[in-house]
Design a protein around this ligand. Sequence first.
Ligand SMILES: O=C(O)CCC(=O)C(=O)O
Ligand SMILES: [Fe+2]
Length: 201
Amino acid sequence: MTGRMRGIPEYPEGLVYRPDVLDEAEERSILGLLDEVEFHEVRMHGQVARRTVRHYDLDYGYESWQLVPTDPLPEPLRWLRHRCADLAGVAPEELAQSLVTRYPPGATIGWHRDAPMFGPVIAGVSLLAPCPMRFQRRAGDSRYVYEQELVPRSVYLLGGAARSVWQHSIPAVPHLRYSITFRTLRNPERWLPATPVTGGG
Ligand SMILES: O=C(O)CCC(=O)C(=O)O
Ligand SMILES: [Fe+2]
């Protein structure tokens, strides 16, 4: 489905979409946890976005383009990371950054590719309001487009060209939505502390 997007419809290679990854009880339990989360503003180029975010494990400085260690992913959310890792075919620890985004009615995220310090696989969980996720890529004078409806309790994976070539965006929808994204790192050794050596004197 490409809705009203202008361009040549094409499926983004590397996009995997799975509805019904969570059941309703699981969604409710996560929403209960998110009620307690303190969300932070996103300020880019001096503009405060309507969506708010909470990073875990590594925080992304929207202005600095650096990753800095932050609070660990809350234990009651770790099974979700594990499930996404299984879908993505990576170890849970490889999903080294978690981001919860809260989209109140009218909030959006504009066209972008995720930052280059993140790795080749990104997983995204959707909760509450359904919304379209839009994709575009340009080649010469042509614009290729795709629209994927994200239903609540679904997971998408961005790999291959869907991650590295295509841009994506989320338009405004009339009801509250949350997304939880888990990202791999391109250079884990640059950002993660070395595994501590244990057992010594
Ligand atoms: O809301 C979503 O699922 C997409 C979020 C996103 O693209 C991002 O945070 O980079
Ligand atoms: Fe993104």
